[in-house]
Design a protein around this ligand. Structure first.
Ligand SMILES: *Cc1c(COP(=O)(O)O)cnc(C)c1O
Length: 391
């Protein structure tokens, strides 16, 4: 190919940030220290003054969020089957049971009209996900939580820069977990944070973050709970500070590119486009759902051969082996299964040019039109049912 390969995402790290990281490396203090404290202070300001603790991953943030709400054996946590598997794994690791609710076919997020029917006396918490950075309706979500006396742990891993009715995601609500993984809208390489309700909860978060250890003025220490190892390094925090300065600009650029996708994408191909929300969504991803007849693996290969990267985010969680072993079956969440089989993430990142969108749209149209119709699906229940699940 004459053109450079276009990945589906790529972080934008400026030279100032790179120089800043070099300074941290030379400073003699590279683990959690002044950069982490500054990053937390700036994140707290960003989230409307709420307490924030930086962590080494959002998976860790979710685990701590469940621990803070004392979710454990015998408890149920209601969540979506269409997410990164971390969302459900943390519930299983806590000893609780994930209760999936199918997704809305338009938003691809947990269907709030089905949510209340999934609540039982064992339900302890709601764990919604904003897929691709399109926020779950917070007004309806919290009305349900209040009605049933439930805590909420927002898996806002993909939501940095998104908002709900003029309020930033993270500035309101109960516990909010955000990811700074390399592919997310704001990155620290690996990292995350948890937004908390008050200083007392933030103190407990610190204990869960680092071995449950408290240090005293006389140099002694004590451990009061079995905390993990979830602290962020100063190296990573310095990257985050450099990213935070560009967040508004990143989000604006992503929205502009998403708009261009809507202008240029051929609507006659039979692909489902995302909800055209240019107010709340941070456009973490631009995802299409391929028409039934197109085999996703073949589409991805054809796009790759044409110089364009395509991602899969995500196959339905309940069909993964671990969850089948826990008793979940094909057919239980048909909308998530259908979307999970056909969803494809097209390139979208701040450094992309407008012409890149045009190129993706032209190539996608050629690929969708020229690919042969796929073989009929394997019978439901067979291990290989679904499109390209093992691709
Ligand atoms: C990325 C992601 C996570 C996990 O974040 P890490 O920082 O990689 O641990 C959890 N949930 C969702 C929806 C994600 O996209």
């Amino acid at each position: 190919m004459s053109k450079e390969f276009l990945p589906f995402t790529r972080p934008s790290i400026d030279e100032q940030t790179i120089a800043g990281v070099a300074e941290v490396l030379r400073s003699g203090w590279i683990t959690s220290g002044p950069q982490v404290r500054e990053f937390e202070a700036q994140l707290s300001a960003y989230f409307g003054g709420r307490p924030v603790r930086a962590l080494s991953s959002a998976t860790g943030a979710l685990e701590i969020g469940l621990a803070l709400a004392q979710v454990g054996a015998g408890d149920e946590v209601v969540t979506t089957p269409l997410s990164w598997v971390a969302t459900a794994n943390v519930i299983v690791r806590a000893g609780a049971r994930p209760v999936f609710v199918d997704v809305d076919p338009q938003t691809r997020n947990i269907d709030l009209s089905l949510l209340e029917a999934a609540i039982t006396p064992a339900t302890r918490m709601l764990l919604p996900v904003d897929l691709a950075g399109l926020p779950v309706d917070r007004t309806r979500l919290y009305a349900i939580a209040r009605r049933h006396g439930l805590r909420v742990l927002e898996d806002a891993a993909q939501s940095m820069g998104a908002s709900w009715q003029g309020e930033r995601i993270g500035a309101g609500g109960d516990l909010v977990s955000v990811s700074f993984h390399a592919n997310k809208n704001l990155t620290t390489g690996e990292g995350g944070c948890l937004v908390l309700n008050d200083e007392q909860e933030a103190r407990r978060c610190e204990l869960w973050r680092l071995q449950g250890v408290e240090r005293f003025a006389d140099g002694s220490l004590d451990a009061t709970l079995p905390g993990g190892k979830h602290n962020l390094t100063d190296i990573a925090a310095r990257i985050g500070l450099g990213q935070l300065a560009h967040l508004e600009e990143f989000t604006a650029r992503r929205r502009a590119l998403a708009r261009r996708y809507f202008e240029r994408f051929d609507r006659t191909l039979g692909c489902e486009l995302p909800v055209a929300d240019f107010v709340n969504s941070n456009w973490h991803m631009f995802q299409i759902v391929l028409p039934e007849r197109v085999e996703r693996g073949a589409f991805i290969r054809a796009m790759h051969d044409g110089g364009v990267g395509v991602g899969v985010h995500y196959p339905a969680i309940h069909l993964l082996t671990l969850y089948r072993q826990l008793g979940f079956k094909p057919g239980e969440f048909p909308v998530a299964e259908r979307i999970g089989d056909g969803i494809a993430t097209l390139p979208l990142f701040p450094a992309m040019r407008d012409e890149d969108v045009d190129r993706v749209c032209e190539l996608a149209a050629r690929c969708v039109r020229s690919l042969p119709a796929r073989e009929p699906a394997a019978p439901a229940g067979s291990a290989s049912a679904g499109r390209g699940r093992r691709a």
